[in-house]
Design a protein around this ligand. Sequence first.
Ligand code: HEM
Length: 156
Amino acid sequence: MGKVVRVVLGTLLAALLVVAAAQPVLANDEKQMGGGKAQKSLYDRLGGKPAITAVVAEFVGNVGADNRINKFFAKTDLANLQVQLVNQICEASGGPCKYTGGSMKEVHKDMGISGADFGALVEDLVKALDKFKVPEKEKNELLGILGPMKSDIVTK
Ligand code: HEM
């Protein structure tokens, strides 16, 4: 084999190895959706744990200042609630967290929460998402994950 051919083959092999090594990273980074279009997880699109933490802190602040529903939280450890909410949203949006709190049904069962109370809390969340300029698509995806929990939370 001539020297030039060996150099060319060697270069090609090196290039192939680089491409092969990059594959798992790409596959992890961008999940393939049905249409073949690359799509990051909602967790990533929200901005990961720092962004979720900022939104939840604002959200919990809004709830605490909301006279329609803050009586429910009078005896609540808000710092702990915040941690639980961050982990819940992080996990539900495809992030690497683990929610360790109780089931939505168990946690809220004796609170007598109405549909109006639930609506007020969602408003407080939307206000927080808007403050941080979370785009409409991501906002609706998150609300689409939390919305179905209503039937476990509203008991009145
Ligand atoms: C989609 C809507 C909601 C979600 C995702 C949600 C989520 C949670 C989570 C993760 C916790 C912590 C559970 C734990 O520590 O084990 C919690 C606690 C609590 N939630 Fe909700 N919740 C929702 C709606 C509501 C509403 C509408 C109210 C009342 C207006 C409410 C009142 C409370 C209270 C008072 C606690 C604290 C209980 C305590 O002090 O230990 N939640 N919620």
